[in-house]
Design a protein around this ligand. Structure first.
Ligand code: SAH
Length: 358
């Protein structure tokens, strides 16, 4: 592997996704790790994740929070609870707090703008939002309130597959997450996106095109994790078709590392997390291997313990019994064990002409 990998075409990426030879894969891991080291250094930035609400109006075929999962007890955190988590993030030395939820219109524009303003005033941390597809007016108000970044995975660049797994709601027509990502950038957010790996119906070629789209969109942050079947969803019940044999991308740990490594090569400067879904497949080593094969971010969970198990986007999610303190200690130890250093500062994208973090 050489430096030409930064401009690798889709065909070559697909070949790598199909690669099974261990010594060749070692070369891919090494190239991704070198590219990570050269472009974003040895710091691992910690983003404290707060899962602020499990209410959701969507019917995503993959996600346990989908509106039709009626058996699930729902919660929405109070502003005071969220602020307490943000102060905890600050105390632990994290640069960022990430507020994530289902698509919940009980989270109103003004209420959340107040929460963001308060977090900025009390902690000075970077604020990342991951609240699903919201109208421009909401995004504008939250940006004005001080939100710095927004995460919205496009999940797959295959339009037909996307419409199958992400049906429209009555409130909004057919969804266009790629248009929303462009809009987020115009509004001055750092924009993050990503995909699940191994969704039934997703092909090797489709995954290669996903990675090419990361590059084309010039994303600031990219999250990739394995698809994990949830029994209370259409995809978990195998109600949707897989791609033909030989074309279907597997939702394995190995395939996720390949996507992660190719993503780092395609987007050298992006902030790329080693995800919880990856840790769920390999509790002992998933986080570390992600960090050694392209990732430079981890997202310790700050959600209060009484809510964690209820934010069940997929089953057996890693760390649902742990407290924020447990996650903090565990992440720092894992970072040090592989000779990396916990990040300082807010951990925004480097080398940006105009910084979105103020
Ligand atoms: N409502 C927000 C946040 C969703 S949770 C949104 O839609 O953007 C964040 C991510 O978890 C999703 O974007 C999806 O990629 C991932 N996810 C959801 N269900 C999953 C599953 N069953 N397996 C793996 N990842 C899943």
């Amino acid at each position: 592997m050489d430096k030409a990998s930064a401009t690798m075409d889709v065909r070559e990426m697909e070949r790598w996704l199909r690669e099974e030879d261990e010594s060749r894969l070692e070369a891919l891991w090494r190239a991704a790790d070198d590219t990570r080291q050269e472009n974003v250094g040895d710091e691992v930035h910690l983003r404290g994740l707060v899962e602020i609400s499990s209410f959701c109006i969507r019917r995503c075929a993959y996600c346990g929070l989908r509106a039709e999962h009626r058996g699930l007890q729902r919660y929405r955190m109070s502003a005071d609870e969220i602020l307490a988590c943000a102060r905890e993030a600050r105390a632990y030395g994290y640069g960022t707090v990430v507020l994530q939820s289902g698509e919940d219109y009980g989270i109103t524009r003004e209420w959340l703008a107040d929460v963001v303003r308060e977090i900025k005033a009390q902690t000075g941390l970077a604020v990342t939002l991951s609240l699903g597809e919201r109208p421009d007016e909401d995004l504008t108000a939250w940006r004005e309130a001080g939100a710095d970044r927004y995460l919205l995975r496009f999940e797959t660049s295959d339009r037909e597959l996307y419409d199958r797994i992400h049906p429209p709601t009555d409130r909004q027509g057919l969804s266009d997450r790629i248009a929303m990502l462009k809009r987020l950038k115009q509004l001055g957010y750092e924009a993050g996106s990503g995909v699940m790996v191994g969704i039934p119906g997703q092909t090797y070629a489709g995954l290669a095109r996903d990675i090419a789209l990361f590059r084309e969109l010039d994303l600031d942050m990219i999250g990739v994790g394995p698809f994990i079947a949830h029994p209370d969803t259409p995809l978990g019940r195998s109600e949707l078709p897989s791609a033909p044999e030989g074309e279907q991308a597997p939702n394995t740990e190995l395939m996720t590392y390949k996507v992660l490594a190719l993503t780092r090569l395609a987007c050298p400067e992006a902030n790329i997390p080693s995800t919880t879904a990856l840790a769920t497949l390999n509790l002992a080593q998933g986080r570390e291997l992600g960090l050694l094969r392209g990732a430079n971010i981890v997202m310790p969970n700050l959600t209060p313990v009484q809510y964690r198990a209820l934010y069940e986007i997929y089953p057996a999610k890693a760390c649902i019994q742990e407290s924020a303190g447990d996650c903090h200690a565990c992440m720092k130890a894992r970072i040090r064990k592989i000779d990396r250093v916990p990040g300082t500062g807010l951990g925004g994208r480097r080398h940006r002409k105009t910084s979105a973090v103020h």
